[in-house]
Design a protein around this ligand. Sequence first.
Ligand SMILES: [Zn+2]
Length: 155
Amino acid sequence: MSKVNVVSAEVTPRLRLQLVASQPIAKGEIIVQSCEEEIQDHRTWRTLQLDESRHLRNEFLNFVDHSCSPNAILDVDSLALVAIRDIAADEPVVFFYPGSEVELSQEFECNCGSSDCLRHINGGFYLTRDQMHWAIDKKYCTTFMRRQFERLLGD
Ligand SMILES: [Zn+2]
């Protein structure tokens, strides 16, 4: 069974659903716990990548927006979305899409407002070398993506 902790899906002024903390979430806390039954073998715009051939589709993870200054990461081993810093009540839960997906089914222009904003967002394979180093240093990537970045960057 998948499980959701301390978050709710809220409709934004632009009529999109997004996942929002309903109470403070501490760094390291599990926000959404997914399960094996939610793994599929192909990417859609609603899935999150676990490795070369496995993608997770979870009804709550579906509503986690992208940010270039994320507060959550997908733990691909435990299938859990985990807070990477303290998250305040009413703050949207966001993660860094290029840190989990090698490519996106739909690239887009980002308006996250972060001083680190990359503007044009596609999958991790489209990051520059400097951006890959930055994502590794910031711990914005899954263990799977980190291995991909390290392989692409070489020694
Ligand atoms: Zn951004």
